[in-house]
Write a protein that binds this ligand. Structure first.
Ligand SMILES: Nc1ncnc2c1ncn2[C@@H]1O[C@H](COP(=O)(O)OP(=O)(O)O)[C@@H](O)[C@H]1O
Ligand SMILES: [Mg+2]
Length: 231
């Protein structure tokens, strides 16, 4: 039997607004095997970002369970914030839709930052950051601030940062959503590389090229998985 990367059981996330309750994630049971590349598509508001944030323990569910690499990651199942911070830093690479780079840090510093935070020496984290900038084709922009870079370049820096400590799991939210078709191609190449390396990848997207790379495609609507198709 193949090893599980992620399992969710009756996962729910509700938002209460005034008298109404929005079921952003409505009873999701999902099993992800190590090495799978899953793409999730669905209309705006379907719950795609919420699902990624729950799996990444950035957000807490209203009810249900999530197990990632054998660990319960819900606070109510006993995972405390220190454990989660280390767990996230060791196991997960996030790429957010809006890049979330630190505006006062250069490209190199943004990529070096997670490893410095994890206690690496400045020299070692900078060396690793340079390798990663080279990998995403942006070594020549190492000293530039995010504001001096295009959207596509910022997204590549965000990927380099997510790769900093070589995590086994990548959670990627509409990585080409804000990019023109040509710029998006660089991102597709990075995802392809990660797939070849056997990383577990969950990417929300409407991009046919990313859907084409996936081993499995989920259609999410109203917080539910309406189709789950393996290829
Ligand atoms: N912080 C929040 N407060 C209230 N409602 C939210 C919040 N975040 C998301 N939602 C709602 O949850 C639903 C799912 O949102 P989201 O996960 O962002 O969808 P998607 O990423 O598929 O566009 C939407 O109805 C959205 O309005
Ligand atoms: Mg979203």
């Amino acid at each position: 039997m193949k090893e599980k990367a992620i399992s969710t059981f009756s996962l729910c996330k509700e938002y209460r607004i005034g008298d109404s309750i929005i079921k952003a994630i409505n009873n999701i049971d999902l099993e992800v095997t190590i090495g799978e590349f899953i793409s999730i598509y669905g209309p705006s508001g379907a719950g795609k970002t919420t699902l990624l944030n729950l799996i990444g323990a950035i957000d807490t569910p209203t009810s249900g369970k999530i197990i990632v690499f054998g660990h319960h990651i819900n606070a109510y199942d006993g995972a405390d914030e220190d454990f989660l911070a280390t767990f996230r830093a060791t196991n997960m690479g996030f790429v957010f839709q809006s890049y979330n780079l630190i505006s006062t840090l250069t490209a190199l510093e943004n990529v070096a930052f997670p490893n410095e935070l994890a206690g690496w020496s400045g020299e070692r984290s900078q060396k690793r950051a340079k390798e990663l900038l080279k990998l995403v084709g942006l070594l020549h922009r190492a000293d530039h601030l995010p504001i001096q870079l295009s959207g596509g370049e910022q997204q590549r820096i965000a990927f380099a940062r997510a790769l900093a400590n070589n995590p086994p799991l990548f959670l990627v939210d509409e990585p080409t959503g804000n990019l023109d078709v040509e710029t998006g191609l660089e991102i597709i190449r990075i995802l392809e590389k990660l797939k070849v390396e056997g990383k577990t990848i969950i990417a929300t997207t409407h991009d046919e090229r990313i859907l084409g790379l996936a081993n499995r495609i989920l259609h999410l609507r109203n917080g539910r998985i309406v189709t789950d198709v393996g290829k």
